[in-house]
Write a protein that binds this ligand. Structure first.
Ligand SMILES: Nc1ncnc2c1ncn2[C@@H]1O[C@H](COP(=O)(O)OP(=O)(O)OP(=O)(O)O)[C@@H](O)[C@H]1O
Ligand SMILES: [Mg+2]
Length: 401
């Protein structure tokens, strides 16, 4: 048996996981502890659909990882099981479909109407959706998840039309469930859209430590072999996630990654140490993701700091960073930003925790900022190396240090 086979074999005969799929973020479990109230309330709002009446639109709000998506999908699944063909249920994630065109095209797909990826006007797609829905002579319940992403990117025109659509329908009806974890976005909504979307409102509070423990216990029973988790593992995952605004996704991620690390190490049990490692791994991933998506000039500022640290400069100031940054721009044939703007970029990176900037007093010379890297060298390299235009500069920063 070669090495690759061994990796595959170890996976197949996992001593840790019984079924790791149930820990995946998009898995909707059959039971959602501590969400009875929200489930029943949403169920009561949607129940008129069973009699062919149009349920009120619903607006669901709560912080990330509080079970909004899971509850919406769960209730829709149960409703569909009861209602059968009488009701059309649709689920659109507006972070993936973040243009008016895409949202409408996705909704059309639930009516078996094919809309080309591009090429039509949004008005035309809307017209086809209305016509297609009316032809069905049915009620459609459409979940628009992460609706803030759509509004921020493309405005609220489509929501305006969708909340008004029933006036254009003769034989069918549409109800909308809008979901968001960002209440601020409602400021961008037209007042009429806001009030019709919020005919009913549901708030999802963060999970407490005890609630997170129950959620993890239930999922762990399915996911892991018996007796594999050491006693402190679930409490530790729950405690970490409880501190981060009661985020069940975070808690489940920790548990899953801890299990994966244990498996990679060939361990027979998942320990608290595995959870701590999982935390570091997830944290690192987050930093690397942030770095990857930084604008080019921020990356150059970051590289300047890195280079200055490599040169063992003790007091790195905005002025020094700016001088080096200008050189890097020159090397890449870019026009440098002003020092004022670079100073703003430094503040932004400080806010993200990627740089640490401390204001120090220089007596009569005024005040200046002393700047250091706030992340590990490994994360920095991993986050920046993928960008072909800065890759060479990363190598250069490493030289002559
Ligand atoms: N009460 C619960 N019982 C079991 N699992 C849960 C529960 N609540 C949430 N989860 C799980 O936690 C993860 C996050 O939940 P969900 O995706 O519903 O969060 P959300 O509120 O939609 O977050 P976001 O605002 O980031 O989209 C999912 O894997 C979900 O299955
Ligand atoms: Mg969600």
């Amino acid at each position: 048996m070669d090495k690759l086979d061994m990796i595959f074999e170890r996976m197949l005969s996992s001593r840790i996981f019984r079924n790791r799929e149930v820990l995946r973020p998009d898995h909707v479990p059959d039971e959602l502890p501590h969400r009875e109230e929200q489930i029943l309330k949403l169920g009561a709002i949607l129940a008129p659909a069973l009699k062919g009446a149009r349920p009120s639109n619903v607006f669901i709000y709560g912080q990330t990882g509080t079970g909004k998506t899971a509850v919406a999908k769960y209730v829709l699944r149960r409703l569909k099981a009861k209602a059968g063909d009488k009701v059309i249920t649709a689920y659109v994630n507006c972070r993936e479909a973040d243009t008016n065109y895409r949202v409408l095209a996705d909704l059309c797909s639930f009516l078996d109407i094919h809309v080309p990826f591009t090429g039509l006007s949004t008005a035309e797609v809307l017209r086809r959706f209305i016509k297609g829905l009316d032809r069905k002579g049915k009620l459609m319940i459409a979940v628009l998840d992460e609706i803030d992403a759509l509004v921020k990117k493309s405005g609220d025109a489509v929501l305006y039309h969708l909340t008004r659509i029933n006036a254009s329908l003769e034989r069918s009806r549409l109800s909308i469930i809008g979901i968001t974890n960002d209440l601020k976005f409602t400021e961008y909504l037209d007042a009429r859209v806001k009030s019709s979307l919020g005919e009913e409102e549901l708030v999802f509070p963060p999970y407490t430590y005890e609630e997170l423990k129950d959620i993890l216990d239930m999922r762990a029973q399915e996911a892991f072999h018996e007796g594999v988790l050491e006693e402190g593992v679930i409490p530790l995952c729950a405690a970490i996630a409880a501190k981060e605004h009661g985020d069940a996704r975070k808690a489940l991620d920790l548990l899953r990654v801890a299990g994966e690390i244990a498996e990679r190490e060939g361990a027979t049990k998942v320990t608290e140490e595995h959870v701590r490692k999982a935390r570091r791994e997830l944290e690192k991933d987050r930093v690397v993701d942030v770095l990857r998506t930084l604008p080019l000039h921020s990356k150059l500022v970051l590289l300047s700091v890195y280079r200055l640290e490599k040169l063992r400069i003790r007091e790195i100031t905005t002025g020094e960073i700016y001088n080096l940054y200008k050189e890097l721009c020159k090397a890449l044939g870019l026009d440098p930003l002003t020092q004022r703007r670079v100073s703003d970029l430094i503040s932004e990176l400080d806010m993200l925790g990627i740089l640490n900037a401390r204001v120090i007093s220089r007596g009569r010379y005024g005040r200046t900022r002393r700047i250091r890297l706030g992340i590990s060298e490994r994360s920095l390299k991993e986050g920046l190396m993928e960008d072909p235009s800065v890759r060479g500069l990363v190598h250069w920063s490493l030289l002559s240090s």
